[in-house]
Design a binder for this molecule. Structure first.
Ligand code: PRP
Length: 174
């Protein structure tokens, strides 16, 4: 049975989210920012982030998947499960991502968005697993760095389990 070990307690995540919200608020105060979350993983982060942003904003979601059921490694192919349903041409757009691992999902999505000609395009990622990067991607607002361990919690799953956990945990095989 795999054991769950704490990597970041809920309080540490809360502090990181609040710091990111301050940075985003400072830069987008009067821009009617459009935040686009990548489902499923980002829904918890998005919910906490926007409640710390005291400014006009809109929220959209797309669903992308590259891991799939039972996979611990990216398949390398990103599937658009649910595409963007609003025009972003001329908008200030901020991509909200729970974790950047290989960078394959984010790199794919930034290309997808650039083709739709936003006015500006930046990235806010709560967790960065930099040791696993395969494709270089920009992260303009970064929460916390994580080592190369398999993590779950705060929206992130393993085989659809553990998304509800309030902290970030790593799975240690027995
Ligand atoms: C996870 C996570 C990121 C992506 C990061 O999503 O939420 O979107 O992987 O990995 P990468 O940098 O290696 O591409 P996943 O494909 O597991 O889908 P989910 O969010 O629906 O669980």
């Amino acid at each position: 049975m795999p054991q769950l070990k704490v990597l970041f307690a809920p309080e540490e995540i809360k502090e990181a989210v609040e710091r990111l919200a301050r940075e985003v608020s400072r830069d987008y105060q009067d821009k009617n920012l459009l935040l686009i979350g990548i489902l499923k993983g980002s829904f918890v982060f998005m919910a906490d982030l926007i409640r710390n942003l005291n400014m006009p904003l809109e929220v959209e979601f797309v669903a992308l998947s590259s891991y799939g059921r039972g996979r611990k490694e990216s398949s390398g192919k990103v599937k658009v499960v649910r595409g963007l349903r609003t025009p972003i041409k001329g908008r200030d757009v901020l991509v909200v991502e729970d974790i950047v691992d290989t960078g394959i999902t984010l790199s794919f999505f930034l290309d997808y968005l650039r083709r739709r000609k936003p006015l500006s395009l930046k990235v806010c990622a709560l967790f960065d697993k930099a040791p696993c990067r395969k494709v270089s991607v920009p992260i303009d607002y970064l929460g916390l760095s994580v080592p190369d361990v398999f993590i779950v919690g705060y929206g992130i799953d393993y085989d659809e389990r553990f998304r509800y956990l309030p902290g970030l945990y790593f799975l240690e095989e027995e």
